[in-house]
Write a protein that binds this ligand. Sequence first.
Ligand code: F0G
Length: 456
Amino acid sequence: MKTPEPFKIKMVENLNRLSKQQREKKIKKAGYNVFKLRSEDVYIDMLTDSGTSAMSDKQVSRMIETEQAYAGSDSYYDLKKTVEDIFCFERFLVVHQGRGAENVLYSVILDEGDYVPNNMHFDTTKANVKHKGGTPVNLVIDEAYDPEKKLDFKGNMDTEKLKSLIEEKGPENVPIIMLTVTNNTGGGQPVSMENIKEVSKIAKDHDIPFFLDACRFAENAYFIKKREKGYGDKSIREITREMFSYADGFTFSAKKEGLVNIGGLLGIRDEELHLKCKNLSIIIEGFPTYGGLACRELSAMAQGMREVIKDGYQEYRHQQVKFLGDELLDRDIPLIEPIGGHAVFVDAKRFLPDIPQKHFPAQALTTELYKEAGIRGVELGTSAFGETDEEGNIVPAEMENMRLAVPRRVYTINQLRYVAESLKEIFDERHNIKGMKRTYAPELLGHFTAEFKPIG
Ligand code: F0G
C-alpha cells in the first residue's frame, strides 16, 4: 500500500470470534439472513459502510462541546457553514438519515403514476419511489451490467435512454431526475463530471429538477480527479463544488461520507419546493435545525464532512478498497471491475455458475462466508433487487453480487487480507455450495427480513 493510514489508533473495540460450529447454529437461527445476526457474533463486519465509520477525536470532542437545544444550536450553524462551503447550497434540511430525505422529497414532488429516472436506484430509493406510487427507472449505461468491462466511469447515466424516457412518458410525468454518486448498486462506480453536466442540461431543457443522491460524493470526486481530463490538479473540495453546482438539489446519507453513525441532509435550491419540504419535514423528521437528530450528531457531521474531502484521506480510502479488490483478483475471485469506491462486489454468477438465480447464489455465498470465516457481507442480487411476477415466480435481478463494504477508518490491511484468504478457501471448495430456497419475504425491501433454507 503506497499511502499509509493518515491517522493513528486511539481507542479499539475488541472482537469476538466464534467457532465454526457456533456460527452454523447462529446463521440457521437467523433464517440464513445475515441481517438477523447479532453483530457481536460477527468477526469482520462488511455488511455496510453506512453508519459504521470510526469517528475522529475532533468529531467526538465537538459532540461534547456543542449545545443541545431544540432550535438554533451552534451545531446547526456549524453544519450550515460547512454545507455552504462544500456543497454551495444555502437551503437544506437536516433529516435522520438518507431515506428520511427521500421520504420528504418524494412525498412532496411525486404523484401516483410518475417515473423517477436514476442511473441506478439503491434499495431504499427504489422502495421510497414505489411507496409513493411511482416507478423507479434505472438508466445506467449498458456496460454497467457487464462485470468484466473496465470503464473509468461505469456509473454514468445513458443520456439517450433518459431523453427517450422523457419523450415516451412526457416531462409532466417525470417530476425529478436523480443521479447516484457513486453508483452503489452497480459496484460503487463513479459518474463523470461530463455526465453530471449532460444530465443536468437535459433536466433543464425539460424543466425537470435534477438531484444528486450524494451519499458518496467525495469518493466520486476523487475518481474524477484521478480519471477525468482537466481535474488532476483540482482539490476534492473544488471538484465537489463543481459537481453540486449543476444540481437543483441533493439527498445525502451522512452515514456514509459524513463519517457519522446517523444523519442526513436534503438540499434544495428552489425556495418554494424547500418551503413545502420544510413544512412536511417538521411533521415527520423534526424542526429544521435538528431534523430528528441530537445536536451533537450535527456537530460530528459537520466535522466529518470537512475530513472526508481531504485529498490525503481519499487517497488512503481508495487504496484501502483497491487493496482488498486486488488481493481477491490475485486469487482469481470474480469481481465487478474496476474496483469501486466503498466496497468490493463479488460476482456470484461467476463464483457459483451452477446455481440458478432463483436459488439465490449471492445469498448462499454470503451465508457461506459467515459460516466459514465469521465475515458478514451483504447480498445485492435477486433477494435485494429481484421481483416476483403475478404468478409468484421469482424474476431475477440483473446482477447477482455479494458486496463486501469497507467501513471507513475501521479495518486494517491484515484484516482485509484475512477476508481475501477466507474467500479464496471458499472459492476452492465452491462446488459444495448449494442454493437457497426463500421461505419468507415482504413486498418492499425484502432482503432485510427475508428467510431462507439451504436446498438439500
Ligand atoms: N442512497 C444510496 C446510494 C445508498 O447507498 C443508501 C444507503 C441510501 C440512499 C439511503 O441512506 O441508509 O441513510 O437511509 N445505503 C446503505 C448501504 C444502507 O449499505 O449501502 P440511509
